[in-house]
Design a binder for this molecule. Structure first.
Ligand SMILES: Cc1cc2nc3c(=O)[nH]c(=O)nc-3n(C[C@H](O)[C@H](O)[C@H](O)COP(=O)(O)OP(=O)(O)OC[C@H]3O[C@@H](n4cnc5c(N)ncnc54)[C@H](O)[C@@H]3O)c2cc1C
Length: 385
């Protein structure tokens, strides 16, 4: 499958139009002020962006168990083409916020949380990374102990997206709940609602990029939640989080393609306008070749995420292909942002320029949802090493 359906392409236009009207005019200010635009989230909800993979009974648009993951990726790409902070808000909102509850929640949990998350009235975070456990996520130190009908949670999480907005409803937290027979940690996932006593959200980080996205360190000090807040079976937390991350990587690849394509589009526009030595700089072959290579990277990276998404939707083992898509697309984003700022000369180095923002935003794509080294490990494992 190398082309999307007309329906998908029509949907792409709708999201592009939304991004250009609602995001583009405001994003330089939001970025400069590290402002998370809470009011935009329900508007994204009205457009149906949070509900593409969620069944109708919980407020989404997925029919007969068939969610439209491809449309979700297209929406993330199109938001990401204009701005990465808004793209990651959707990607994390669905992939890391909604998806764990949708995939592993019981009916009560789904009915309680999904309608608000799908409408964009609320957001949820995904608490895996800790100050001393990132790539090696199984080294989790956060622990949860059963006390009667409650879990008592102690520990900390680092860099959690969408975890401290005015509308954050909950964070799903991976915690050690015991020891397995082989001596390894038993890891489980527990839903912690915002505002639970002992659950503290630190002030937002000062970041290099994704400045209009919401990221916090979280701490848990004798946080008590009902036993029924366990998400999925006890001891399955790590496997659940790994599966969520595999899907999330395809979405991050789409986000990276958005950045790579945004760099092409901004550079073509600028190269046709900017005059040097009596001609538009786009007349010079050195500039044309930089942009041609950028287009090549954006196009081939898009095919990579289409491929991983179609394998996932076909029910195949897609782990290796999600890693390939993410690694390739994040490389494309890094390279394209480097060359796009070059095409823009000094203007590209200004924070308010879109390509300057892309240059700062690109780096996290090589780190979040698994570093590039982790993607290489997965690919190496996938080919039998
Ligand atoms: C803005 C932002 C948002 C984020 N959002 C979330 C979120 O919502 N939820 C969440 O749970 N996490 C989130 N993260 C965390 C992110 O997933 C981690 O930062 C990432 O997985 C890397 O972990 P680390 O930072 O601990 O780095 P480390 O794991 O300490 O890695 C440091 C370096 O060592 C390398 N390395 C580690 N182990 C190996 C190895 N075995 N072989 C070779 N190289 C290795 C890494 O590739 C990297 O280059 C976010 C991070 C950021 C910055």
């Amino acid at each position: 499958m190398f082309e999307l359906s007309q329906e998908h392409e029509d949907f792409r236009k709708v999201v592009r139009d939304f991004a250009e009207k609602e995001v583009a005019p405001n994003i330089a200010k939001w970025d400069a002020e590290s402002h998370f635009p809470t009011d935009l989230v329900p508007k994204m909800g009205e457009l149906g962006l949070f509900g593409l993979v969620v069944p109708e009974e919980f407020g989404g648009s997925a029919r007969e168990g068939q969610g439209d993951f491809t449309s979700l990726c297209v929406a993330i790409e199109e938001l990401g083409r204009v701005d990465q902070s808004i793209g990651i808000t959707l990607s994390a909102g669905v992939g890391l916020g909604i998806n764990p509850i949708l995939t592993y929640g019981d009916d009560e949990q789904k009915l309680r949380f999904l309608p608000d998350l799908v409408a964009g009235r609320a957001l949820a975070g995904f608490g895996l990374t800790e100050p001393e456990a990132g790539s090696d996520a199984a080294a989790t130190k956060t622990r949860a102990a059963r006390d009667g009908h409650e879990w008592v949670i102690n520990g900390a999480k680092a860099f959690i997206t969408n975890s401290g907005t005015d509308i954050t409803l909950l964070v799903t937290v991976m915690a050690a709940t015991g020891t397995n027979p082989d001596g390894s940690k038993e890891l489980s996932t527990i839903i912690v609602p915002t505002g639970t006593p002992g659950f503290t959200v630190a002030p937002g980080y000062s970041k290099v990029g994704w400045c209009a996205s919401d990221t916090h360190e979280l701490s848990f000090d004798d946080v008590r939640v009902p036993a029924g807040n366990l998400l999925g079976p006890r001891g399955r937390g790590f496997a659940q989080f790994l599966r969520i991350l595999d899907e999330g990587r395809i979405a991050i690849a789409a986000l990276a393609v958005g950045l790579a394509q945004g760099c092409v589009d901004e550079s073509v526009r600028y190269a046709n306008e900017r005059q040097a030595f009596g001609r538009p700089i786009g007349n010079y072959q050195a500039v044309q070749f930089m942009i041609a290579d950028m287009e090549l990277r954006a196009h081939t990276a898009r095919l990579g995420y289409y491929d991983a998404a179609s394998r996932m939707l076909a029910g195949e083992d897609f782990k290796r292909y999600a890693a390939i898509a993410k690694l390739n697309a994040s490389n494309a984003a890094m390279e394209n942002s480097r060359y796009a700022t070059q095409v823009h000369g000094g203007y590209g180095f200004m924070n308010e320029s879109a390509v300057g923002r892309f240059y700062r935003d690109a780096k996290i794509l090589e780190v979040g949802e698994g570093t590039s080294e982790v993607q290489r490990m997965l690919i190496a494992r996938g080919v039998g090493l």
